[in-house]
Design a protein. Structure first.
Length: 174
C-alpha cells in the first residue's frame, strides 16, 4: 500500500497506519471547513457528498442508507446557511451515536420543491419521549440551528420506535 511504501523503516507499522489515518481525517476536516465557508467553489456545492462523508465518519459501525441524493444546495444559500444545515446534520448524527442504540439510519436529502429544502434523518433506535427528554442540549441545538436559517425542526419519536428528525428550510423559488 501507499502507507507501506512511505513508512520509515524504523517505525512500527501500527504507528505509521495511525499517522496515515490522522492525516486523512485532518485533510477531510479541512476540506469540510473550506466547503462550509465557501472558499472551495471548485468543489461545487454538493451537500450530499459532504453528508455521506460525515455519516461514514461519525457512524462507522452502523448501516447508513440514502433514499435520495438530492441536488446541489440552492445557489442563494450563504456560507452561514450551509454551516447551520451541515452542523444540524452532524448534531443529529451525534445524538444517534450517543443515545439511540440504532443500527440502521436512513438519510434523505430532498431537493427544493414547493419552496422548501428537506433533510430527513431517521433511525431504528430506542426512541424517546420528547416531553421528558427536551432538557438536553442536542435537541435545543437542532431547533436553534433550524430557526437560524428560518426553517423548522420536526421531531417524530416515541419510546421503542426510533426517531425521525426533519429539517425544513425555505428556499426562494425563482
Amino acid at each position: 500500500t501507499a502507507a507501506d511504501a512511505f513508512a520509515p523503516a524504523s517505525a512500527p507499522r501500527e504507528d505509521w497506519l495511525e499517522v496515515n489515518r490522522v492525516a486523512r481525517e485532518t485533510t477531510d476536516a479541512m476540506r469540510e471547513v473550506l466547503w462550509l465557508v465557501g472558499a472551495r467553489q471548485e468543489m461545487g456545492i454538493d451537500l450530499a457528498a459532504h453528508l455521506k462523508l460525515a455519516a461514514t465518519r461519525m457512524l462507522p459501525s452502523r448501516t447508513v442508507r440514502w433514499t435520495g441524493d438530492g441536488e446541489p444546495l440552492p445557489a442563494t444559500w450563504s456560507a452561514d446557511t450551509r454551516r447551520h444545515v451541515f452542523l444540524f446534520f452532524k448534531e443529529a448524527l451525534a445524538n444517534i451515536a450517543r443515545h439511540s442504540s440504532a443500527m440502521t439510519i436512513e438519510l434523505s436529502l430532498r431537493p427544493p420543491t414547493a419552496g422548501f429544502f428537506e433533510l430527513v434523518i431517521a433511525d431504528d433506535g430506542c426512541g424517546f419521549d420528547p416531553a421528558t427528554v427536551n432538557r438536553g442540549v442536542g435537541l435545543h441545538s437542532l431547533r436553534d440551528r433550524a430557526r437560524a436559517v428560518g426553517g423548522a425542526c420536526i421531531i417524530d419519536t416515541a419510546p421503542g420506535r426510533g426517531t425521525r428528525v426533519t429539517l425544513r428550510v425555505p428556499v426562494p423559488m425563482d
